[in-house]
Write a protein that binds this ligand. Structure first.
Ligand code: KIV
Ligand code: ZN
Length: 508
């Protein structure tokens, strides 16, 4: 059986998708879980993109012991230098260099001729190779490139020392047959291609990313690039969990396997949703809530008689356990801590004490506490780990259908000083955000606001996530409360604290 390398780009291409940005701590938590999942390579970011990205790539590189860590770079010396500085302390570092090879990208984006692109490829792969033994080269928009020219670029990259040749379907345009024949063509026309690994990196604009990745594997690709839950630019990247479960479930067809521990899939998927606040659709293959639910009577009857009638893989194979203990107010600390760990969170002792207390408070209000509740509790504690420049003291809202909503907010700032302001708004949430803006004294814009009930029922906790911008910087915030106005205020304050914290880190 062939061994396919799984290259995870959740922290780079995945993070580029709207609402999916992560701070350093979140990236490290995610990277640890990806290592436990068994991915071969983690693309930790694009070090030259910003100081924040650089710091995150370096932190992940220093953290991981088993997994290769890559940083993306345009084919430019300054990007490659940045990548190397960020990953040089990794146990297994890789520099990933890319340049576009399609006529449309070369003419309108790069404003370069084919010959210039060829020259830059050779020069920059050679440059990267002097710094790092492992160099991946990607021909951006490969599937819309002239195959003969693409072959010349690949050969140039190989001669310059590339160890991996990546053939991306950057805009999600190709079909399984086309990408398979492109890979066969390159295998025939690129001298020395057997010396390198062939990779693919498919986007999902036409919903074909996983099918195209699998067709590329069948045609000879040794590495697939993918993201957890399929997050990524526009419609996303090929979903890791779908590729892996295809390889495992249809090993008879693909005659290939990978090093992934599939029982870690569910936990990894939940951790990502939990960190980003971006939920998975219920009917999503493998990890959607309904992926293993049998609703119709005929199906239920079949499954009861023999699971294989309607189940081609077991829920246990992705780490879903049917026999989980229900947690409630009588549950002990041990069972609770174990569940937190099973959900993918590594929390310190002091956090774990506060968490357990919050769990008991919630269990007093609700009969059973679901995994979703626990994830929400952990999230609310983890967000409060960053320094609280501002903290909510109290708020009073005056609202109704015949008056203009007014909010009176008092916040404590760093030195313990309390500032109180009143503002009006279109609704109680808007009024509250306006009052907070007055206290902070900055032009903060609310870009995204989402509210969700953690579970069903009138006793459900309300979970609010916001995205704000201020002077070009972006930050996310998160708030949890059984009162949705309070959850909104907490989320907004948390976003402001995150913004201040990230700005301070960038300046360091
Ligand atoms: O989609 C793409 O082409 C990429 C490359 C930079 C690998 O993300
Ligand atoms: Zn991509």
């Amino acid at each position: 059986m062939r061994r396919i390398q799984i290259f995870d780009t959740t922290l780079r291409d995945g993070e580029q998708s709207p609402g999916c940005s992560m701070n350093i701590k979140e990236k490290i938590d995610m990277a640890r879980q990806l290592e436990a999942l068994g991915v071969d390579v983690i693309e930790a970011g694009f070090a030259a993109a910003s100081q924040g990205d650089f710091n995150a790539v370096r932190a992940v590189a220093k953290e991981l012991q088993k997994t290769r860590v890559a940083s993306l770079s345009r084919a430019l010396a300054k990007d490659i230098d940045n990548s190397w500085e960020a990953i040089r302390y990794a146990k297994y570092p890789r520099i990933h260099v890319f340049i576009a090879t399609s006529d449309i990208h070369m003419e309108y984006k790069l404003k370069k001729t084919r010959e210039e692109v060829l020259e830059q490829t050779g020069e920059m792969v050679r440059y990267a190779k002097k710094l790092c033994e492992d160099v991946e080269f990607s021909a951006e928009d490969a599937t819309r490139s002239d195959p003969a020219f693409l072959a010349r670029v690949c050969e140039t990259a190989l001669e310059a020392g590339a160890t991996v040749l990546n053939i991306p379907d950057t805009v999600g345009y190709t079909t399984p047959e086309e990408i398979a024949s492109l890979i066969c063509y390159l295998k025939e026309h690129v001298k020395g291609i057997h010396m390198a690994q062939i990779a693919t990196h498919c986007h999902d604009d036409l919903g074909m990313a996983v099918a195209n990745s699998l067709a590329a594997i069948k045609a000879g690709a040794d590495q697939v690039e993918c993201t957890v839950n399929g997050i990524g630019e526009r419609a996303g990247n090929a979903a890791l969990e779908e590729i892996v479960m295809n390889l495992k479930t249809r090993a008879d067809y693909y005659d290939a396997d990978c090093g992934i521990d599939s029982t870690q899939i569910y936990k990894t998927s939940r951790l990502l949703s939990s960190i980003t606040g971006v939920k998975v659709q219920p009917n999503k293959a493998i990890i959607g809530e309904n992926a293993f639910a049998h609703e119709s009577g005929i199906h239920q009857h079949g499954v009861l008689a023999n699971k294989a009638t309607y189940e081609i893989m077991s829920p246990e194979s992705i780490g879903l356990s049917k026999n989980k203990m229900v947690l409630g107010k009588h549950s002990g600390r041990h069972a609770f801590n174990e569940r937190v760990h099973d959900l993918g969170f590594n929390v310190d002792l002091d956090i774990s004490n506060t968490l357990f207390k919050n769990f008991k408070d919630l269990a007093d209000k609700k009969k059973t506490v679901s995994d979703r509740d626990i994830e929400a509790l952990v999230r609310s504690i983890l967000v409060s780990e960053i320094p609280k420049t501002y903290e909510l003291q109290r708020y009073v809202i005056n609202s109704g259908n015949t008056i203009t909503p007014t909010s009176n907010i008092a916040l404590t700032s760093g030195g313990g000083e309390v500032t109180e302001k009143v503002a009006k708004g279109f609704g109680p949430v808007d009024a509250s955000f306006n009052a907070i803006n007055k206290i902070v004294g900055k032009q903060i814009r609310l870009e995204e606001y989402a509210i969700d009930a953690v579970t069903e029922g009138r006793d459900a906790q309300g979970e609010v996530s916001v995205k704000i911008t201020c002077d070009g910087a972006i930050a996310k915030g998160y708030g949890l409360s059984t009162d949705v106005i309070e959850a909104s205020i907490l989320a907004y304050i948390n976003a402001i604290n995150n913004l201040i914290y990230e700005n301070a880190r960038e300046e360091q």
